[in-house]
Write a protein that binds this ligand. Structure first.
Ligand SMILES: CC(C)(COP(=O)(O)OP(=O)(O)OC[C@H]1O[C@@H](n2cnc3c(N)ncnc32)[C@H](O)[C@@H]1OP(=O)(O)O)[C@@H](O)C(=O)NCCC(=O)NCCS
Length: 176
């Protein structure tokens, strides 16, 4: 198993490039993360530029997992929510490089994101994942509860509709 370190990512060219390559690879391999295949690298970099810009404003945290200097996985904690939901945060854009999957990297990133959310006083985490080729077992293993499924919610990267599964988890003091 590789040793890896997790840290928040900043809006730097090499980070945007590594995140862009990770997003393109994830989409090409059928990961449902809002984009269609083939995803141009420039579009992927532009997405991360916007996301990391929002992170610089404190509206989200983009975490990265590194094996030495190589970015091997990422997850985003969305913190900017409407005024009546200050206690909530959302998990998004969870993806691991294909070569590093099934080694516990996503699990560690999700646990780190949850700790960050608790540190910020959030008590409820919400996320969704695709019915086809999503990550439901991973989230359920980490204690997320399934609210329900919306059928035909989105296109898969290579075409064809898939449903989405809505999950939630109480965190921090209220989880006890
Ligand atoms: C979903 C995804 C992020 C998981 O990343 P990962 O780093 O492989 O995740 P983990 O290694 O922590 O866990 C994955 C599985 O490997 C297993 N695993 C973890 N460490 C392991 C090890 N050392 N040996 C064998 N299996 C292991 C886990 O038990 C887990 O099983 P489960 O899915 O049945 O719960 C990755 O497959 C991915 O990027 N998919 C495409 C994008 C996507 O669908 N993202 C989710 C959007 S909501």
């Amino acid at each position: 198993m590789p040793s890896f370190v997790i840290r928040p990512l900043q809006n730097l060219p090499q980070i945007r490039n590594a995140l862009g390559e990770l997003l393109v690879e994830t989409v090409a391999n059928g990961g449902s993360v809002s984009f269609m295949h083939p995803l141009p690298l420039e579009d992927a970099r532009a997405f991360w530029n916007d996301s990391l810009g929002a992170a610089a404003l404190g509206e989200r945290v983009v975490l990265g997992a590194f094996d030495s200097d190589d970015l091997i996985a990422t997850v985003t904690l969305l913190l900017k929510l409407p005024p009546n939901q200050p206690h909530r945060a959302e998990i998004a854009k969870m993806m691991t490089r294909v070569a590093y999957r099934k080694r516990g990297v996503a699990t560690a990133l999700l646990q780190a994101a949850e700790r960050l959310a608790v540190d910020r006083g959030r008590t409820l985490l919400v996320l969704d994942t695709a019915v086809d080729d999503g990550a439901a077992p991973l989230y359920e293993r980490l204690g997320f509860q399934l609210s329900g499924i919306i059928p035909d919610y989105a296109l898969k990267p290579h075409g064809g509709l898939t449903g989405t599964m809505i999950y939630w988890k109480r965190i921090g003091a209220v989880a006890a």
